[in-house]
Every structure is written in structure tokens, then in C-alpha cells.
Design a protein around this ligand. Structure first.
Ligand code: PEP
Length: 253
């Protein structure tokens, strides 16, 4: 059985005071022995705080993005080794907001994935189609293209240390969730695409669903055989909601 993951992407939200309160509440609500991996992704400037606050906890910390370059004259960027240095274990690459708002293409995402792995971080690779692409029946073609770019640059073996997150763009922050069947269909497609190259890696690969996951819909989504947890945005800012989502993932285990 694959160990479920619940990942909370805080996006550009929070403050030192609010983060401290949220993490303290989460620590109280999440039993340390749960059979799931729980990760929070605060903005860069709060990463070191989060690592310190969670030092005695089973929650891990990740970053929302990473520079593709290792170091050098890249003003405003943060390198993978720096993230590792402050105690991050995970990093999101290819989030649709980065692809859409900051024009990150498949090749750049593949390089970020490589940078993360090179520094010993676990990349959470986001894939997903827009509403127009879904309506045009291009969902599989889009996620295949996004996945294949990363496989082509990094090799299939690199996926033994990575996590996939299927995030239909039309479901992110919109309150509109993919149905469990829609999510399962894409997750199964992604797994089969990896399986075509390495069955063992495909069997162990965790594929998360993201897009308006809430306490009230998580159990249904996580009951699907290829949905191994969630990448959660808005609901990760509420300890109660996030705890409910984690509880749903723990039941799956
Ligand atoms: C996300 O930020 O990756 C996300 C899925 O957001 P939300 O849960 O708010 O839709």
C-alpha cells in the first residue's frame, strides 16, 4: 500500500504570528503516529520558522517553488540547496499558478525537478489541464506532455523519489472539484504512463489530487484506488479543515 500524503500549499498567505498559531493547532490535532505524510508549504520567508516550530513534530516542511539554477547571480531566486539547508524536505514544481502567471514552461519545470532531486529534496510535480483543454478532450494529451518533459530530462528512475499532483486548473481555488471518477481516470492514466516505462516505480508512485479539496469531499476523492492523498490550497489554512482532510487520508491507509 502506498503511504498517503497530504500537502498544504499556503500560497502567499500568512504571517509569523498566524503561522505559529496554525502550526500549534495542527500539531495538537494531528496524532504523531498517523500512517500518512503531512507536509506544509509556507512562503519562503517563513520556511525556517516552520522548520523550527515543527522540530519535534511528524509534520514536514516544503517550499512552493525553487530556482532551476544551483546558485549564482539570480536576484530574487532561491536555490534547492538553500531549501535543504534550512530544513525543507519537499518542493512543489510546476504549480499551475507558476506555469500560468510566471510563464514557466515544461522544460523549465523539468529543470526545477532536476534541481530539487539534486539537492535531496522530494519534488511534488504538478500537472493539469485548463477548462478549455478539458472541454476540447485534451486532458490526457496535456498531462502526458507535462509528464513526458520531466521524464525525458530526468529519466524514469527519478520518479522513485518524486510525487505527482494532478491539479486540474479549473478546480484550483474555484470551489469546483473534479469528481472522484474524473480524478481517478487521470490518475490511472498517469500511473499507466509511468508503468509503461517502469512497473515497479509506477506501483509505488504517490499521485495526489489537488483542486478545492475540503474536509467534506476528501474522503470520497481519497477512496479512489489511484488517489494517494491531496495537495490542498485554501483548506490548508484552517487547522480544522486540514485535520479532516488528513483524517480522510489516514482512513485510506
Ligand atoms: C493548490 O493551491 O494547489 C490548490 C489545489 O488550491 P485549492 O485547494 O485552494 O483549490
Amino acid at each position: 500500500m502506498r503511504r498517503p500524503v497530504v500537502a498544504g500549499n499556503w500560497k502567499m498567505h500568512g504571517s509569523r504570528r498566524a503561522n505559529k498559531a496554525l502550526l500549534a493547532e495542527l500539531e495538537l490535532q494531528l496524532p504523531p503516529q498517523w500512517p500518512i505524510d503531512v507536509v506544509v508549504f509556507p512562503p519562503y520567508v517563513y520556511l525556517a520558522d516552520a522548520v523550527r516550530l515543527l522540530a519535534e513534530s511528524s509534520l514536514a516542511v516544503g517550499a512552493q517553488d525553487v530556482c532551476a539554477e544551483p546558485d549564482g547571480a539570480f536576484t530574487g531566486q532561491v536555490g534547492a540547496a538553500m531549501l535543504k539547508d534550512v530544513g525543507c524536505c519537499y518542493v512543489i514544481v510546476g504549480h499551475s499558478e507558476r506555469r500560468r502567471l510566471y510563464h514557466e514552461d515544461d522544460a523549465l519545470v523539468a529543470r526545477k525537478f532536476a534541481a530539487a532531486l539534486g539537492a535531496g529534496l522530494t519534488p511534488v510535480l504538478c500537472l493539469g489541464e485548463s477548462l478549455a483543454e478539458r472541454d476540447a478532450h485534451k486532458t490526457e494529451a496535456v498531462v502526458a506532455r507535462q509528464l513526458d518533459a520531466v521524464i525525458a530530462m530526468n529519466g524514469i528512475a527519478s520518479f522513485s523519489d518524486a510525487i505527482l499532483a494532478y491539479e486540474p486548473v479549473w478546480a484550483i481555488g474555484t470551489g469546483r472539484t473534479a469528481s472522484p471518477d474524473q480524478a481517478q481516470a487521470v490518475h490511472a492514466f498517469l500511473r499507466s504512463r509511468v508503468e509503461a516505462q517502469d512497473a515497479n516505480i509506477a506501483r509505488h508512485l504517490r499521485v495526489l489530487y489537488g483542486g478545492s479539496v475540503k474536509g467534506g469531499n476528501a474522503a470520497e476523492l481519497f477512496s479512489m484506488p489511484d488517489v494517494d492523498g491531496g495537495l490542498v490550497g485554501g483548506a490548508s489554512l484552517s487547522a480544522d479543515e486540514f485535520q479532516q482532510i488528513c483524517a480522510a487520508a489516514a482512513v485510506r491507509h
